[in-house]
Write a protein that binds this ligand. Structure first.
Ligand SMILES: [Zn+2]
Length: 153
């Protein structure tokens, strides 16, 4: 069953941790071989959103490592989530990232700065967030707000 959740005033479809993704639609940015990793992370929840009449888009909500999301999945399921549940979350999008120093081609979860989802207080959310400072291959600095690199799958 697909869970509809109100994420600070924006309706999305929401997947609890560990639940395999499913959709009858073609979903942009969804890759079935990547989903199990994102689903396994305690500090990530997957959502899809539809803008105007376009295809749904797969996004990740990302919290700093170690954030306790106890009860969030249950509250999403019964419709009782509140704005405080999303404190500290930033919206990120799985995408290709090429390191400008070593040309490593990586998959990464990178901040979407333009989405209305979690757009409220975005500057404060970004300031409070910990991003990955360097490339996992050459260890020089990242040139994007990378929340996670996807390990090779
Ligand atoms: Zn590099």
């Amino acid at each position: 069953m697909i869970i509809k959740a109100d994420i600070v005033g924006y309706e999305v479809d929401y997947w609890p941790a560990g639940v395999p993704f499913e959709s009858d639609d073609v979903v942009r940015n969804y890759y079935h071989w990547e989903d199990p990793y994102w689903a396994s992370r305690d500090n990530i929840r997957r959502v899809t959103a539809r803008f105007f009449s376009g295809s749904p888009i797969y996004y990740l909500m990302h919290w700093n490592a170690g954030t306790q999301l106890a009860g969030l999945d249950a509250r999403a399921a019964d419709g009782s989530v509140r704005e405080e549940d999303f404190a500290g979350a930033v919206l990120v999008e799985p995408m290709d990232y090429t390191c400008p120093f070593c040309d490593a081609r990586l998959r990464a979860a990178i901040v979407d700065p333009g989405s209305p989802i979690l757009g409220k207080d975005r500057p404060a959310r970004l300031r409070a967030h910990t991003f990955i400072p360097d490339c996992p291959v050459c260890h020089r600095e990242t040139r994007a707000r990378v929340a996670e690199f996807l390990p090779p799958v």
